[in-house]
Design a protein around this ligand. Sequence first.
Ligand SMILES: Nc1ncnc2c1ncn2[C@@H]1O[C@H](COP(=O)(O)OP(=O)(O)OP(=O)(O)O)[C@@H](O)[C@H]1O
Length: 261
Amino acid sequence: MIESAMTEATMIEVNGLRKLYDDYLAVDGVSFSLRSGSVCGLVGANGAGKTTTMRCLAGLMPATDGKMTVAGHAVSTDSIELKKCLAYVPDDPPLFDDLSVREHLHFIGRIYRVEGYVEKSQALITQFDLIAKADAGATTLSRGMRQKLAIACAYLYDPSVLLLDEPMTGLDPPGIRILLDSIRQRAAKGATVILSSHLLPMIEEVCTDLMMMRQGVVDYFGNVSDLRNRHPESTSLESAYFAATQLHEQANPSQAVGVLA
Ligand SMILES: Nc1ncnc2c1ncn2[C@@H]1O[C@H](COP(=O)(O)OP(=O)(O)OP(=O)(O)O)[C@@H](O)[C@H]1O
């Protein structure tokens, strides 16, 4: 659970993560650590290995190699302790066809034994502008509404680590604003967030840290302003990203697939 005051504890530790799909190496030796209160943007070209990294970290699929801990718990695919302190929201969240928005939240509240889950559910329905759909079935929701519901379900039990895979996809501009504000608020209370996205201006706005992946490896891990400082001609994270990409392509012409330096 989120601690009341922000601490400097390491919440995510990944060492030498590798993931093979059959004989295809999708993630090749990824290592990083994040402290409580960090919001880390995970960026990189399509197929760079972002979702694979997050799914391994969430314990949703086994890593081929490497060590990972979340809030002090070793990551494995069957850890109850890990599930209590971590939420992973995929870009196309699976919902229960037979449950309404409110019933989804109440179900999560009951299985995670959230105190006051009925009131908390209502607050999240209001926060994510789902009031008009509170009693509508999941199959009747739009893509953006499904995304909002999945994020609300993740927030309901106050996990100390949030892994959000392209959460802005499908959200309208007010929805994006609500999401970014909520991420900031949760981080201020000590949550650690990894946010995968291709929307670099949003990443720049909300993230303290940045991890850039290219073809299964980490090309950059550090804070956002340090990357900007490496490319002083850049006026934004987006232009620093393109400057880094260009440098990489010049140095490695055979890998010129829209990747990073
Ligand atoms: N189940 C799978 N079986 C085989 N290969 C896979 C599987 N899932 C992903 N891959 C491959 O692993 C690599 C990394 O995929 P991943 O989904 O992690 O990339 P990503 O960075 O999240 O991409 P995107 O930005 O498009 O979401 C890709 O080359 C992809 O084709």
